[in-house]
Design a protein around this ligand. Sequence first.
Ligand SMILES: C[C@H](NC(=O)O)C(=O)O
Ligand SMILES: [Zn+2]
Length: 560
Amino acid sequence: DFYSEAQAKLFLQFYEQTAQVVLNEFMEATWNYVTNITRRNQKNMDVKRMLRKLQNIDKSALPKKDLLEYNRLLTYMETAYNRAEVCLDEGPCLTLEPDLQEIMATSRDQKELLWAWQGWRDAVGRQLRPVFEDYVRLSNKAAQYNGYKDMGALWRSEYESDTLEEDLEQLYKELQPLYLNLHAYVRRSLYRYYGPELIDLRGPIPAHLLGNMWAQSWNNILDLVLPYPTKAPEDITEIMKIQHWRPEKMFEEANLFFTSMGMLPAPPAFWIKSMMEKPADGREVECHASSWNFYKFNDFRVKKCTEVTLEDLLSAFHQMGHIQYFLQYQNLSVIYQEGASPAFEEAVGSAIALSVSSHKYLLARGLLSQPHQDSEEEVNFLLGIALEKIAFIPFSYMVDKFRWKVFDGTISKIAYNQEWWNFRLKYQGLCPPVPRSDDDFDPGAKFHIPANVPYIRYFLGLVLQFQLHEALCEASGHVGPLHQCDNYNSKVAGKILGDLLKLGSSRPWREVLQEVTGESNISTKAFLTYFKPLMDWLVTENVKQGDTLGWPDFSCSSEE
Ligand SMILES: C[C@H](NC(=O)O)C(=O)O
Ligand SMILES: [Zn+2]
Protein backbone atom coordinates (compact mmCIF):
# COMPACT_ATOMS: atom_id res chain seq x y z
CA ASP A 1 0.00 0.00 0.00
CA PHE A 2 1.12 3.53 -0.75
CA TYR A 3 1.47 4.63 2.88
CA SER A 4 2.29 2.57 5.88
CA GLU A 5 -0.30 2.96 8.61
CA ALA A 6 2.03 5.17 10.69
CA GLN A 7 2.94 7.40 7.75
CA ALA A 8 -0.73 7.80 6.86
CA LYS A 9 -1.48 8.83 10.43
CA LEU A 10 1.40 11.28 10.32
CA PHE A 11 0.16 12.76 7.03
CA LEU A 12 -3.37 13.20 8.36
CA GLN A 13 -2.01 14.85 11.49
CA PHE A 14 0.06 17.24 9.38
CA TYR A 15 -2.95 17.84 7.11
CA GLU A 16 -5.14 18.49 10.15
CA GLN A 17 -2.83 21.13 11.57
CA THR A 18 -2.09 22.96 8.33
CA ALA A 19 -5.62 22.70 7.00
CA GLN A 20 -7.10 24.09 10.18
CA VAL A 21 -4.72 27.09 10.15
CA VAL A 22 -5.11 27.75 6.42
CA LEU A 23 -8.88 27.42 6.59
CA ASN A 24 -9.08 29.82 9.50
CA GLU A 25 -6.94 32.44 7.76
CA PHE A 26 -8.92 31.96 4.56
CA MET A 27 -12.24 32.42 6.35
CA GLU A 28 -11.01 35.52 8.22
CA ALA A 29 -9.80 37.13 4.97
CA THR A 30 -12.98 36.29 3.10
CA TRP A 31 -15.14 37.49 5.99
CA ASN A 32 -13.26 40.82 6.07
CA TYR A 33 -13.96 41.14 2.37
CA VAL A 34 -17.69 40.31 2.28
CA THR A 35 -18.37 42.53 5.28
CA ASN A 36 -16.38 45.44 3.86
CA ILE A 37 -15.98 45.31 0.10
CA THR A 38 -12.88 47.43 -0.62
CA ARG A 39 -9.96 47.08 -3.06
CA ARG A 40 -7.41 46.18 -0.35
CA ASN A 41 -9.56 43.44 1.17
CA GLN A 42 -10.11 42.09 -2.31
CA LYS A 43 -6.37 41.69 -2.92
CA ASN A 44 -5.90 40.04 0.43
CA MET A 45 -8.81 37.73 -0.32
CA ASP A 46 -7.24 36.62 -3.59
CA VAL A 47 -4.06 35.47 -1.88
CA LYS A 48 -5.94 33.66 0.85
CA ARG A 49 -8.29 32.17 -1.67
CA MET A 50 -5.29 30.72 -3.49
CA LEU A 51 -3.99 29.23 -0.29
CA ARG A 52 -7.36 27.67 0.35
CA LYS A 53 -7.46 26.27 -3.15
CA LEU A 54 -3.90 24.99 -2.82
CA GLN A 55 -4.73 23.62 0.58
CA ASN A 56 -7.54 21.40 -0.65
CA ILE A 57 -5.57 20.57 -3.77
CA ASP A 58 -8.25 18.14 -4.81
CA LYS A 59 -10.56 21.05 -5.55
CA SER A 60 -8.40 22.91 -8.05
CA ALA A 61 -5.00 21.68 -9.12
CA LEU A 62 -4.98 24.32 -11.84
CA PRO A 63 -1.63 25.64 -13.05
CA LYS A 64 -0.85 28.86 -11.16
CA LYS A 65 -1.59 31.16 -14.12
CA ASP A 66 -5.05 29.62 -14.57
CA LEU A 67 -5.64 29.64 -10.83
CA LEU A 68 -4.92 33.37 -10.67
CA GLU A 69 -7.25 34.01 -13.61
CA TYR A 70 -9.95 31.78 -12.10
CA ASN A 71 -9.79 33.56 -8.74
CA ARG A 72 -9.89 36.93 -10.46
CA LEU A 73 -13.03 35.93 -12.37
CA LEU A 74 -14.74 34.53 -9.28
CA THR A 75 -14.00 37.67 -7.29
CA TYR A 76 -15.09 39.89 -10.17
CA MET A 77 -18.45 38.13 -10.60
CA GLU A 78 -19.28 38.05 -6.90
CA THR A 79 -18.25 41.69 -6.44
CA ALA A 80 -20.27 42.80 -9.45
CA TYR A 81 -23.32 41.09 -7.99
CA ASN A 82 -22.80 42.57 -4.52
CA ARG A 83 -22.30 46.12 -5.82
CA ALA A 84 -25.07 46.18 -8.43
CA GLU A 85 -27.87 48.69 -7.94
CA VAL A 86 -30.67 50.28 -9.96
CA CYS A 87 -30.77 54.07 -10.15
CA LEU A 88 -33.83 56.25 -10.60
CA ASP A 89 -33.53 58.90 -13.33
CA GLU A 90 -33.00 61.51 -10.65
CA GLY A 91 -32.40 60.67 -7.00
CA PRO A 92 -31.30 57.58 -5.16
CA CYS A 93 -30.02 54.22 -6.38
CA LEU A 94 -31.75 51.09 -5.09
CA THR A 95 -29.92 48.01 -3.87
CA LEU A 96 -31.25 44.46 -4.14
CA GLU A 97 -31.49 44.13 -0.35
CA PRO A 98 -33.63 45.62 0.99
CA ASP A 99 -34.91 48.05 -1.69
CA LEU A 100 -35.66 45.95 -4.78
CA GLN A 101 -36.69 42.90 -2.75
CA GLU A 102 -39.16 45.10 -0.86
CA ILE A 103 -40.69 46.28 -4.15
CA MET A 104 -40.92 42.74 -5.54
CA ALA A 105 -42.57 41.56 -2.32
CA THR A 106 -45.05 44.38 -1.69
CA SER A 107 -45.78 46.29 -4.93
CA ARG A 108 -48.99 45.38 -6.76
CA ASP A 109 -48.28 47.81 -9.62
CA GLN A 110 -47.07 45.70 -12.53
CA LYS A 111 -45.19 48.64 -14.09
CA GLU A 112 -43.22 49.18 -10.88
CA LEU A 113 -42.56 45.45 -10.62
CA LEU A 114 -41.35 45.40 -14.22
CA TRP A 115 -39.05 48.38 -13.57
CA ALA A 116 -37.38 46.59 -10.65
CA TRP A 117 -37.29 43.22 -12.41
CA GLN A 118 -35.75 44.57 -15.63
CA GLY A 119 -33.52 47.11 -13.88
CA TRP A 120 -31.88 44.41 -11.75
CA ARG A 121 -31.17 42.20 -14.76
CA ASP A 122 -29.81 45.13 -16.77
CA ALA A 123 -27.57 46.10 -13.82
CA VAL A 124 -26.02 42.73 -13.05
CA GLY A 125 -26.89 40.08 -15.62
CA ARG A 126 -25.63 41.92 -18.68
CA GLN A 127 -22.36 42.83 -16.98
CA LEU A 128 -21.53 39.17 -16.27
CA ARG A 129 -22.37 37.77 -19.70
CA PRO A 130 -18.83 38.29 -21.16
CA VAL A 131 -16.93 36.73 -18.24
CA PHE A 132 -19.23 33.77 -17.65
CA GLU A 133 -17.90 31.72 -20.55
CA ASP A 134 -14.34 32.10 -19.19
CA TYR A 135 -15.65 31.02 -15.80
CA VAL A 136 -17.16 27.90 -17.43
CA ARG A 137 -13.94 27.10 -19.31
CA LEU A 138 -11.70 27.44 -16.25
CA SER A 139 -14.16 25.62 -14.01
CA ASN A 140 -14.11 22.64 -16.35
CA LYS A 141 -10.31 22.78 -16.57
CA ALA A 142 -10.09 22.70 -12.77
CA ALA A 143 -12.52 19.80 -12.63
CA GLN A 144 -10.58 17.87 -15.29
CA TYR A 145 -7.37 18.35 -13.29
CA ASN A 146 -9.19 16.51 -10.54
CA GLY A 147 -10.29 13.64 -12.70
CA TYR A 148 -13.84 14.80 -13.48
CA LYS A 149 -15.14 15.29 -17.00
CA ASP A 150 -16.52 18.75 -16.12
CA MET A 151 -17.43 20.89 -13.11
CA GLY A 152 -20.99 19.57 -13.07
CA ALA A 153 -19.61 16.07 -12.54
CA LEU A 154 -17.41 17.34 -9.70
CA TRP A 155 -20.41 19.06 -8.06
CA ARG A 156 -22.59 15.94 -8.40
CA SER A 157 -19.88 13.80 -6.80
CA GLU A 158 -20.74 15.43 -3.45
CA TYR A 159 -23.77 13.12 -3.26
CA GLU A 160 -21.93 9.81 -3.52
CA SER A 161 -24.45 8.41 -5.97
CA ASP A 162 -24.13 7.03 -9.46
CA THR A 163 -27.87 7.41 -10.03
CA LEU A 164 -28.18 10.99 -8.79
CA GLU A 165 -29.78 12.48 -11.92
CA GLU A 166 -32.33 9.67 -12.23
CA ASP A 167 -33.17 9.91 -8.53
CA LEU A 168 -33.62 13.68 -8.81
CA GLU A 169 -35.93 13.28 -11.83
CA GLN A 170 -38.00 10.75 -9.87
CA LEU A 171 -38.38 13.11 -6.88
CA TYR A 172 -39.32 15.94 -9.24
CA LYS A 173 -41.94 13.79 -11.01
CA GLU A 174 -43.54 12.87 -7.68
CA LEU A 175 -43.84 16.52 -6.69
CA GLN A 176 -44.85 17.92 -10.08
CA PRO A 177 -48.65 17.40 -9.61
CA LEU A 178 -48.51 19.67 -6.53
CA TYR A 179 -46.75 22.35 -8.51
CA LEU A 180 -49.07 22.13 -11.52
CA ASN A 181 -52.10 22.55 -9.29
CA LEU A 182 -50.60 25.43 -7.35
CA HIS A 183 -49.50 27.10 -10.59
CA ALA A 184 -53.00 26.84 -12.10
CA TYR A 185 -54.64 28.17 -8.95
CA VAL A 186 -52.22 31.11 -8.57
CA ARG A 187 -52.53 31.95 -12.27
CA ARG A 188 -56.32 32.13 -11.86
CA SER A 189 -55.95 34.47 -8.86
CA LEU A 190 -53.47 36.71 -10.70
CA TYR A 191 -55.84 36.76 -13.68
CA ARG A 192 -58.59 38.10 -11.40
CA TYR A 193 -56.25 40.82 -10.10
CA TYR A 194 -54.14 41.84 -13.13
CA GLY A 195 -56.63 40.94 -15.87
CA PRO A 196 -56.46 39.15 -19.22
CA GLU A 197 -54.03 41.61 -20.79
CA LEU A 198 -51.37 40.30 -18.45
CA ILE A 199 -52.45 36.74 -17.67
CA ASP A 200 -53.30 33.96 -20.14
CA LEU A 201 -55.23 31.25 -18.27
CA ARG A 202 -53.65 28.59 -20.48
CA GLY A 203 -50.20 30.12 -20.56
CA PRO A 204 -47.09 30.71 -18.43
CA ILE A 205 -47.13 33.39 -15.73
CA PRO A 206 -45.05 36.57 -16.26
CA ALA A 207 -42.09 36.19 -13.90
CA HIS A 208 -42.34 39.62 -12.21
CA LEU A 209 -45.74 39.06 -10.52
CA LEU A 210 -44.85 36.35 -7.99
CA GLY A 211 -43.53 38.44 -5.08
CA ASN A 212 -39.87 37.55 -5.53
CA MET A 213 -37.05 38.78 -7.80
CA TRP A 214 -36.55 35.25 -9.22
CA ALA A 215 -40.13 33.93 -8.68
CA GLN A 216 -38.45 31.15 -6.67
CA SER A 217 -40.92 31.37 -3.75
CA TRP A 218 -44.29 33.10 -3.87
CA ASN A 219 -45.07 33.60 -0.16
CA ASN A 220 -45.26 37.38 -0.56
CA ILE A 221 -48.40 37.27 -2.74
CA LEU A 222 -50.55 35.28 -0.27
CA ASP A 223 -52.91 38.26 0.01
CA LEU A 224 -53.59 38.07 -3.75
CA VAL A 225 -54.34 34.34 -3.79
CA LEU A 226 -56.01 33.67 -0.43
CA PRO A 227 -58.61 30.87 -0.75
CA TYR A 228 -60.85 32.35 1.99
CA PRO A 229 -60.23 36.12 1.99
CA THR A 230 -62.81 36.70 4.70
CA LYS A 231 -60.61 34.54 6.97
CA ALA A 232 -57.31 36.21 6.22
CA PRO A 233 -54.56 35.17 8.65
CA GLU A 234 -52.99 37.73 10.98
CA ASP A 235 -50.04 39.52 9.39
CA ILE A 236 -47.08 38.23 11.40
CA THR A 237 -44.67 40.72 9.83
CA GLU A 238 -46.89 43.54 11.05
CA ILE A 239 -47.07 41.95 14.51
CA MET A 240 -43.27 41.64 14.65
CA LYS A 241 -42.93 45.34 13.82
CA ILE A 242 -45.56 46.34 16.39
CA GLN A 243 -43.71 44.24 18.98
CA HIS A 244 -40.46 46.03 18.02
CA TRP A 245 -38.62 42.87 16.97
CA ARG A 246 -34.99 43.51 16.06
CA PRO A 247 -32.66 41.28 13.96
CA GLU A 248 -30.72 40.16 17.04
CA LYS A 249 -33.98 39.08 18.71
CA MET A 250 -34.83 37.04 15.63
CA PHE A 251 -31.56 35.09 15.95
CA GLU A 252 -32.09 34.79 19.72
CA GLU A 253 -35.52 33.27 19.00
CA ALA A 254 -33.84 30.67 16.78
CA ASN A 255 -31.11 30.00 19.34
CA LEU A 256 -33.78 29.52 22.01
CA PHE A 257 -35.54 26.93 19.89
CA PHE A 258 -32.41 24.80 19.54
CA THR A 259 -31.56 25.03 23.26
CA SER A 260 -35.20 24.19 24.12
CA MET A 261 -34.52 20.87 22.36
CA GLY A 262 -31.41 20.35 24.47
CA MET A 263 -29.13 21.30 21.57
CA LEU A 264 -26.13 23.64 21.69
CA PRO A 265 -26.35 27.41 22.25
CA ALA A 266 -24.59 29.81 19.90
CA PRO A 267 -21.35 30.84 21.70
CA PRO A 268 -20.43 34.43 22.73
CA ALA A 269 -18.29 35.00 19.61
CA PHE A 270 -21.39 34.43 17.46
CA TRP A 271 -23.26 37.33 19.07
CA ILE A 272 -20.20 39.61 19.00
CA LYS A 273 -18.76 38.89 15.55
CA SER A 274 -21.83 38.19 13.39
CA MET A 275 -23.21 40.76 10.98
CA MET A 276 -26.97 40.58 11.56
CA GLU A 277 -27.93 43.83 9.83
CA LYS A 278 -26.87 45.78 6.80
CA PRO A 279 -24.27 48.23 8.18
CA ALA A 280 -25.58 51.78 8.51
CA ASP A 281 -22.13 53.31 8.02
CA GLY A 282 -22.28 53.03 4.22
CA ARG A 283 -19.89 50.04 4.07
CA GLU A 284 -20.57 47.90 1.00
CA VAL A 285 -21.30 44.32 2.06
CA GLU A 286 -22.43 41.06 0.52
CA CYS A 287 -26.02 40.93 1.72
CA HIS A 288 -26.85 37.41 0.61
CA ALA A 289 -27.34 35.49 3.87
CA SER A 290 -24.69 32.92 4.81
CA SER A 291 -23.18 31.16 7.83
CA TRP A 292 -19.49 30.84 8.51
CA ASN A 293 -17.27 28.30 10.26
CA PHE A 294 -13.90 29.82 11.20
CA TYR A 295 -12.36 26.46 12.12
CA LYS A 296 -11.25 27.93 15.39
CA PHE A 297 -12.85 26.92 18.67
CA ASN A 298 -16.37 28.35 18.92
CA ASP A 299 -15.87 31.02 16.25
CA PHE A 300 -19.03 30.73 14.11
CA ARG A 301 -20.79 33.71 12.50
CA VAL A 302 -23.79 34.59 10.41
CA LYS A 303 -23.93 37.36 7.82
CA LYS A 304 -27.39 38.63 6.88
CA CYS A 305 -28.95 42.00 6.02
CA THR A 306 -31.90 41.08 8.22
CA GLU A 307 -35.22 42.89 7.84
CA VAL A 308 -38.01 42.52 10.43
CA THR A 309 -40.32 40.21 8.48
CA LEU A 310 -41.65 36.67 8.93
CA GLU A 311 -39.70 35.63 5.82
CA ASP A 312 -36.46 36.81 7.44
CA LEU A 313 -37.34 35.18 10.76
CA LEU A 314 -37.59 31.82 8.97
CA SER A 315 -34.37 32.63 7.11
CA ALA A 316 -32.67 33.31 10.47
CA PHE A 317 -33.74 29.81 11.57
CA HIS A 318 -32.30 28.43 8.34
CA GLN A 319 -28.95 30.06 9.09
CA MET A 320 -29.00 28.92 12.73
CA GLY A 321 -29.37 25.38 11.39
CA HIS A 322 -26.00 25.82 9.69
CA ILE A 323 -24.51 27.23 12.91
CA GLN A 324 -25.89 24.27 14.90
CA TYR A 325 -24.21 21.87 12.46
CA PHE A 326 -20.87 23.71 12.92
CA LEU A 327 -21.25 23.49 16.71
CA GLN A 328 -22.19 19.82 16.78
CA TYR A 329 -19.35 18.53 14.58
CA GLN A 330 -16.58 20.89 15.63
CA ASN A 331 -14.59 18.15 17.40
CA LEU A 332 -14.35 16.06 14.26
CA SER A 333 -11.36 16.21 11.93
CA VAL A 334 -11.51 19.21 9.62
CA ILE A 335 -12.09 16.79 6.76
CA TYR A 336 -15.40 15.72 8.29
CA GLN A 337 -16.53 19.19 9.31
CA GLU A 338 -19.32 19.40 6.76
CA GLY A 339 -22.86 18.02 6.38
CA ALA A 340 -23.55 14.35 5.62
CA SER A 341 -24.27 15.84 2.18
CA PRO A 342 -24.85 19.50 1.22
CA ALA A 343 -28.59 18.75 1.28
CA PHE A 344 -28.38 17.92 5.00
CA GLU A 345 -26.77 21.30 5.69
CA GLU A 346 -29.69 23.03 3.95
CA ALA A 347 -32.37 20.88 5.58
CA VAL A 348 -31.60 21.32 9.30
CA GLY A 349 -32.65 24.92 9.88
CA SER A 350 -35.55 24.66 7.45
CA ALA A 351 -36.85 21.54 9.22
CA ILE A 352 -36.93 23.47 12.50
CA ALA A 353 -38.56 26.40 10.67
CA LEU A 354 -41.46 24.07 9.81
CA SER A 355 -42.19 23.88 13.54
CA VAL A 356 -41.82 27.66 13.80
CA SER A 357 -44.39 28.14 11.00
CA SER A 358 -46.93 26.04 12.89
CA HIS A 359 -49.96 27.79 14.39
CA LYS A 360 -49.19 26.19 17.74
CA TYR A 361 -45.69 27.67 17.99
CA LEU A 362 -46.60 31.13 16.71
CA LEU A 363 -49.54 31.29 19.14
CA ALA A 364 -47.32 30.21 22.06
CA ARG A 365 -44.73 32.85 21.16
CA GLY A 366 -47.32 35.62 20.98
CA LEU A 367 -46.98 36.11 17.22
CA LEU A 368 -50.59 35.04 16.69
CA SER A 369 -53.54 35.74 18.96
CA GLN A 370 -56.32 33.64 17.47
CA PRO A 371 -56.43 30.41 19.57
CA HIS A 372 -57.45 27.98 16.85
CA GLN A 373 -57.92 27.50 13.08
CA ASP A 374 -61.10 26.21 11.47
CA SER A 375 -60.81 24.08 8.32
CA GLU A 376 -60.96 27.10 5.99
CA GLU A 377 -58.28 28.93 7.97
CA GLU A 378 -56.17 25.77 7.75
CA VAL A 379 -56.43 25.88 3.94
CA ASN A 380 -55.33 29.53 4.02
CA PHE A 381 -52.43 28.52 6.30
CA LEU A 382 -51.32 25.59 4.14
CA LEU A 383 -51.49 27.71 1.02
CA GLY A 384 -49.15 30.19 2.69
CA ILE A 385 -46.61 27.43 3.33
CA ALA A 386 -47.15 26.02 -0.17
CA LEU A 387 -46.39 29.39 -1.76
CA GLU A 388 -42.93 29.12 -0.21
CA LYS A 389 -42.27 25.38 -0.49
CA ILE A 390 -44.21 24.04 -3.50
CA ALA A 391 -43.34 27.03 -5.70
CA PHE A 392 -39.68 26.33 -4.92
CA ILE A 393 -39.74 22.77 -6.30
CA PRO A 394 -39.08 23.53 -10.00
CA PHE A 395 -36.79 26.52 -9.40
CA SER A 396 -34.50 24.62 -7.04
CA TYR A 397 -34.45 21.70 -9.47
CA MET A 398 -33.71 23.64 -12.64
CA VAL A 399 -30.86 25.97 -11.59
CA ASP A 400 -28.22 23.21 -11.62
CA LYS A 401 -29.89 21.22 -14.39
CA PHE A 402 -29.19 24.33 -16.43
CA ARG A 403 -25.61 24.75 -15.13
CA TRP A 404 -24.74 21.05 -15.58
CA LYS A 405 -25.64 21.44 -19.25
CA VAL A 406 -23.57 24.60 -19.49
CA PHE A 407 -20.58 22.77 -17.99
CA ASP A 408 -20.97 19.65 -20.17
CA GLY A 409 -21.31 21.81 -23.28
CA THR A 410 -24.87 20.85 -24.18
CA ILE A 411 -25.78 24.53 -23.75
CA SER A 412 -23.36 26.65 -25.73
CA LYS A 413 -22.47 30.21 -24.83
CA ILE A 414 -24.62 31.72 -27.61
CA ALA A 415 -27.66 30.04 -26.11
CA TYR A 416 -27.19 30.76 -22.39
CA ASN A 417 -30.13 33.14 -22.03
CA GLN A 418 -32.46 31.44 -24.48
CA GLU A 419 -31.89 28.08 -22.76
CA TRP A 420 -32.33 29.65 -19.32
CA TRP A 421 -35.80 30.80 -20.36
CA ASN A 422 -36.54 27.44 -21.98
CA PHE A 423 -35.87 25.87 -18.57
CA ARG A 424 -37.89 28.57 -16.79
CA LEU A 425 -40.83 27.77 -19.11
CA LYS A 426 -40.49 24.00 -18.99
CA TYR A 427 -40.12 23.63 -15.22
CA GLN A 428 -41.70 26.72 -13.70
CA GLY A 429 -44.29 27.73 -16.30
CA LEU A 430 -42.93 31.28 -16.26
CA CYS A 431 -42.02 33.68 -19.03
CA PRO A 432 -40.13 36.98 -19.18
CA PRO A 433 -42.41 40.05 -18.86
CA VAL A 434 -40.36 41.77 -21.58
CA PRO A 435 -38.50 40.24 -24.55
CA ARG A 436 -34.98 39.03 -23.76
CA SER A 437 -31.93 39.18 -26.01
CA ASP A 438 -28.65 37.27 -26.08
CA ASP A 439 -26.93 40.31 -24.56
CA ASP A 440 -28.98 39.61 -21.47
CA PHE A 441 -27.69 37.07 -18.99
CA ASP A 442 -30.60 36.49 -16.62
CA PRO A 443 -28.99 33.52 -14.82
CA GLY A 444 -26.35 36.04 -13.63
CA ALA A 445 -29.06 37.91 -11.75
CA LYS A 446 -29.33 35.06 -9.22
CA PHE A 447 -26.64 35.14 -6.49
CA HIS A 448 -25.55 31.50 -6.68
CA ILE A 449 -24.51 31.76 -10.31
CA PRO A 450 -21.98 34.64 -10.06
CA ALA A 451 -21.06 33.37 -6.58
CA ASN A 452 -20.30 29.88 -7.93
CA VAL A 453 -22.52 28.15 -5.32
CA PRO A 454 -24.15 24.88 -6.37
CA TYR A 455 -27.94 24.83 -6.05
CA ILE A 456 -29.25 21.24 -6.22
CA ARG A 457 -28.62 21.10 -2.44
CA TYR A 458 -31.69 23.32 -2.01
CA PHE A 459 -33.95 20.97 -4.03
CA LEU A 460 -32.77 17.93 -2.05
CA GLY A 461 -32.87 19.99 1.14
CA LEU A 462 -36.47 20.98 0.35
CA VAL A 463 -37.56 17.33 0.27
CA LEU A 464 -35.30 16.23 3.11
CA GLN A 465 -36.49 18.94 5.52
CA PHE A 466 -39.99 17.42 5.55
CA GLN A 467 -38.55 13.92 6.02
CA LEU A 468 -36.49 15.08 9.02
CA HIS A 469 -39.40 17.13 10.37
CA GLU A 470 -41.71 14.09 10.23
CA ALA A 471 -39.14 11.90 12.02
CA LEU A 472 -38.64 14.52 14.75
CA CYS A 473 -42.42 14.96 15.11
CA GLU A 474 -42.83 11.21 15.58
CA ALA A 475 -40.04 11.19 18.16
CA SER A 476 -41.51 14.15 20.04
CA GLY A 477 -44.83 12.31 20.31
CA HIS A 478 -46.82 14.55 17.95
CA VAL A 479 -50.22 13.18 16.97
CA GLY A 480 -52.48 14.68 14.29
CA PRO A 481 -51.78 16.39 10.95
CA LEU A 482 -48.09 16.94 10.20
CA HIS A 483 -48.60 20.65 9.54
CA GLN A 484 -49.72 21.10 13.17
CA CYS A 485 -46.51 19.63 14.60
CA ASP A 486 -44.21 21.82 16.71
CA ASN A 487 -41.03 20.28 18.13
CA TYR A 488 -40.27 23.18 20.48
CA ASN A 489 -38.97 21.89 23.85
CA SER A 490 -38.67 18.28 22.68
CA LYS A 491 -35.46 16.87 24.20
CA VAL A 492 -36.10 13.52 22.49
CA ALA A 493 -36.20 15.15 19.06
CA GLY A 494 -33.20 17.28 19.98
CA LYS A 495 -31.16 14.20 20.90
CA ILE A 496 -31.91 12.53 17.58
CA LEU A 497 -31.09 15.66 15.59
CA GLY A 498 -27.97 16.43 17.67
CA ASP A 499 -26.61 12.92 17.17
CA LEU A 500 -27.17 13.23 13.43
CA LEU A 501 -25.28 16.53 13.24
CA LYS A 502 -22.39 15.30 15.40
CA LEU A 503 -21.47 12.83 12.64
CA GLY A 504 -20.67 15.58 10.11
CA SER A 505 -19.64 13.83 6.91
CA SER A 506 -17.86 10.99 8.75
CA ARG A 507 -20.55 8.46 7.76
CA PRO A 508 -22.27 7.97 4.37
CA TRP A 509 -25.47 10.02 4.28
CA ARG A 510 -27.69 7.03 3.47
CA GLU A 511 -26.62 5.28 6.71
CA VAL A 512 -27.22 8.44 8.68
CA LEU A 513 -30.63 9.01 7.10
CA GLN A 514 -31.61 5.39 7.75
CA GLU A 515 -30.84 5.74 11.45
CA VAL A 516 -32.93 8.88 11.83
CA THR A 517 -35.88 8.21 9.51
CA GLY A 518 -35.83 4.47 8.82
CA GLU A 519 -35.40 5.19 5.12
CA SER A 520 -32.04 5.11 3.36
CA ASN A 521 -33.14 7.39 0.53
CA ILE A 522 -34.50 10.89 0.28
CA SER A 523 -38.26 10.45 -0.02
CA THR A 524 -41.15 12.77 -0.92
CA LYS A 525 -43.56 10.86 1.34
CA ALA A 526 -43.43 13.37 4.20
CA PHE A 527 -43.69 16.34 1.81
CA LEU A 528 -46.82 14.82 0.21
CA THR A 529 -48.30 13.98 3.64
CA TYR A 530 -47.80 17.53 4.87
CA PHE A 531 -49.61 19.10 1.88
CA LYS A 532 -52.27 16.39 1.34
CA PRO A 533 -55.16 18.47 2.78
CA LEU A 534 -54.18 21.41 0.55
CA MET A 535 -53.66 19.27 -2.55
CA ASP A 536 -57.18 17.85 -2.18
CA TRP A 537 -58.55 21.37 -1.93
CA LEU A 538 -56.51 22.66 -4.92
CA VAL A 539 -57.54 19.77 -7.20
CA THR A 540 -61.21 20.32 -6.34
CA GLU A 541 -60.89 24.08 -6.84
CA ASN A 542 -59.09 23.80 -10.18
CA VAL A 543 -61.68 21.33 -11.46
CA LYS A 544 -64.46 23.66 -10.29
CA GLN A 545 -62.84 26.54 -12.20
CA GLY A 546 -62.25 24.34 -15.21
CA ASP A 547 -58.58 25.35 -15.07
CA THR A 548 -55.96 23.75 -17.30
CA LEU A 549 -52.95 22.25 -15.59
CA GLY A 550 -49.77 23.36 -17.34
CA TRP A 551 -49.26 26.03 -20.00
CA PRO A 552 -50.15 24.76 -23.49
CA ASP A 553 -50.14 28.38 -24.72
CA PHE A 554 -46.40 28.43 -24.19
CA SER A 555 -45.53 32.09 -24.54
CA CYS A 556 -46.23 35.36 -22.73
CA SER A 557 -47.89 38.25 -24.50
CA SER A 558 -44.47 39.98 -24.33
CA GLU A 559 -42.96 37.29 -26.53
CA GLU A 560 -45.46 37.51 -29.36
C1 LIG B 1 -32.74 29.00 -1.22
C2 LIG B 1 -31.44 29.77 -1.22
N1 LIG B 1 -31.02 29.97 0.13
C3 LIG B 1 -29.78 30.47 0.46
O1 LIG B 1 -28.99 30.77 -0.46
O2 LIG B 1 -29.51 30.57 1.68
C4 LIG B 1 -31.64 31.11 -1.94
O3 LIG B 1 -31.63 32.14 -1.29
O4 LIG B 1 -31.80 31.09 -3.15
ZN1 LIG C 1 -28.37 27.41 3.66
